[in-house]
Design a protein around this ligand. Structure first.
Ligand SMILES: [Zn+2]
Length: 83
């Protein structure tokens, strides 16, 4: 079964700017997708989870620091700690 662009957009919308888990999405009866499918869609839409706070954000808002993908807020927190 192929995934429509509308479903992909809905998945991206569901996660971006939220801290939803992939597991929770699996329980949504409106969009019957597997974990792997959801993960693939997020990759395609360039949405990743911040390692610091667990929120999903577009890659443009994330930056890799010491092997961890962090959002702007978490990077600022790290800088404050370092000072
Ligand atoms: Zn963060």
């Amino acid at each position: 079964m192929s995934i429509s662009e509308a479903q992909k957009a809905e998945v991206a919308y569901y996660f971006e700017g939220s801290c939803n888990s992939v597991d929770a999405f699996e329980d949504d009866p409106d969009i019957p997708l597997t974990d792997d499918q959801v993960t693939d869609i997020l990759l395609e839409k360039e949405i990743e989870m911040c390692s610091g706070c667990g929120w999903w954000l577009h890659q443009a808002d994330l930056e890799e620091v010491d092997g961890e993908v962090l959002c702007t807020d978490c990077r600022e927190d790290e800088e404050e700690v370092a000072e």
